[in-house]
Structures are given as C-alpha cells and as structure tokens.
Design a protein around this ligand. Structure first.
Ligand SMILES: N[C@@H](CCC(=O)N[C@@H](CS)C(=O)NCC(=O)O)C(=O)O
Length: 246
C-alpha cells in the first residue's frame, strides 16, 4: 500500500517534508490533512498529537526530521544530503538551526500572538532566542542562493518554512523587530531561495494555509478551536506541581 503523509498547508514542519518530497520527485506518497487534527481523537491515534505523520501501511511515524531522514534512505536519488560525511553533517546542522532554533521558538511565539492574555516574559525569552539564532544562521548560510553545498538540500527544506514563519505577521503582532533584514546573508538567501520551484510551491501552500486561518479567525471558529486546546493544556498544567501530598 502506498504511504500517506498527514500534513497541513500552514504546518511548517509538514511543509519541510513536502518540500523534500517535491524536490525528490516522489509521486507515490499521498498528502492529506487528517480529518481529526486538533481533536482528542487525533491525539489518541497519534500520541505526539502533531503533524506531520507518515503512515507506512498503518505504521505511524512522527517527527519531521525523522520522517525526512527515513525518506532520504528510502529514496536516495536525487540526494538532498552531502557528497561526503562532513557535508552531510553540515547540512544537518543548518537544518537543525531551522527546526530547533527558529521554527520551534516561532511556533511557540505564534501561540502568544493569539493568547487572550499575553505573557511578555515568554515573548521576550522566545523572540530573544530567534534573534540570537538568526545571527548564528547568518554565519553558516550559503552565499549562492542555497543553504549549503550550492544546491538544494535538506537544510533548505527546513529553512524555507522557518523563514516564512519569522517573516510572517507573528513577530509584528508581538511588537518584535524582524531579525531577517539585519542579517545580510540570511536576507540574500531568503530573497534567492523563493525563486526555486520547490520552495515556491511550499510557500504558496503556506500562504494558502494562512489565508484559511485568517478566514477561521474572522468567523470565530479559530477562537473556539483554541479554547478547546487551552482547556486541555490547563488540565495538564494542573497536574504539574509537586504538592505536599507528593
Ligand atoms: N517536532 C515536531 C513538531 C510538529 C508540530 O509541532 N506540528 C504542529 C503543526 S506545525 C502541530 O501539529 N501542532 C498541534 C499541537 O501542538 O497540538 C516535528 O518536527 O514534526
């Protein structure tokens, strides 16, 4: 049975895997949005509760980086890794800057942009990390329109959705300066990589997802969805602290 990627247009982590699938020319993986995404049923079926998930004939594999590495092994050509172990290690390091240091912090900041009561301490902490990590990326990023090695690699697949998030409305809503323009190498890369067909395709999908999200916000449906998620988070928080009874 063909594999299926559970994904969402606006999910940057899913976009990372979609860009890899497009760049490798893989056509036998169905890409679909899970009907139950965001509901308790989804979290029951996929315990990490997040997309992307790769359905390998009923065997569910989560985590974008793990899925990406798995696909790279299954479909080795064209390779989005390096020509030597050292090149591959460099690509993975830059991809991690995109995933852990940028996307992860931006993803949590996005929650603050629509929180009923904003936590400025959390905003400063996470935005400070994004700004610091952008400076680091500026030192490593390729200067020829690609993140590494002068061609499209797994690093670009992680950076394109990460920079989409950084360059979007979240930071502005939170009153934070966009850290891309002050970092000239990142800014030049960001202008150049959009002309790559696979990057352009996922960027179009991300924008389409953003438009849908804006409609959901306008109709009030998004606030309802968030209220449900917040209730689950509050219930989890109630169990966090050590009590005198242990
Ligand atoms: N580390 C995970 C993060 C995935 C993730 O956070 N996905 C978001 C969408 S972009 C999600 O499903 N969030 C649902 C939730 O947090 O409940 C990965 O790399 O796949």
């Amino acid at each position: 049975m063909p594999m299926k990627l559970y994904s969402g247009d606006l999910s940057p982590y899913s976009a990372r895997v979609r860009m890899q699938i497009y760049a490798k020319g893989i056509t036998d993986i169905a890409i679909e949005r899970p009907a139950t995404f965001g509901t308790p049923k989804f979290r029951e079926d996929f315990p990490i509760g997040r997309i992307p998930v790769l359905d390998i004939d009923g065997d569910m594999l989560a985590e974008s980086e793990v899925i990406a590495e798995y696909l790279e092994e299954l479909y080795p050509t064209p390779s989005l890794l390096g020509a030597s172990p050292r090149e591959t290690a460099h690509i993975r390091m830059v991809a991690r800057i995109g995933d852990i240091y940028l996307m992860n912090n931006m993803f949590m900041l996005a929650g603050q942009s629509y929180a009923p009561v904003r936590n400025e301490g959390v905003v400063d902490l996470l935005a400070g990390q994004v700004t610091r990590n952008m400076k680091a990326l500026d030192k490593f990023i390729g200067k020829d329109g690609f993140a590494c090695c002068g061609r499209l690699t797994m690093a670009d697949c992680a950076l394109v959705p990460a920079l989409f998030l950084v360059d979007g409305g979240v930071l502005k809503t939170l009153g934070i300066k966009n850290p891309i323009p002050p970092n000239p190498n990142v800014a030049a890369y960001w202008a150049a990589i959009r002309t790559n067909e696979h990057a352009a395709r996922v960027l179009a999908e991300l924008h389409r997802g953003l438009q849908e999200r804006i409609e959901l916000i306008k109709s009030g449906a998004f606030a309802k969805m968030m209220a449900g998620a917040r209730a689950a988070e509050e219930a989890a928080r109630a169990e966090l602290r050590i009590t005198p009874a242990g």
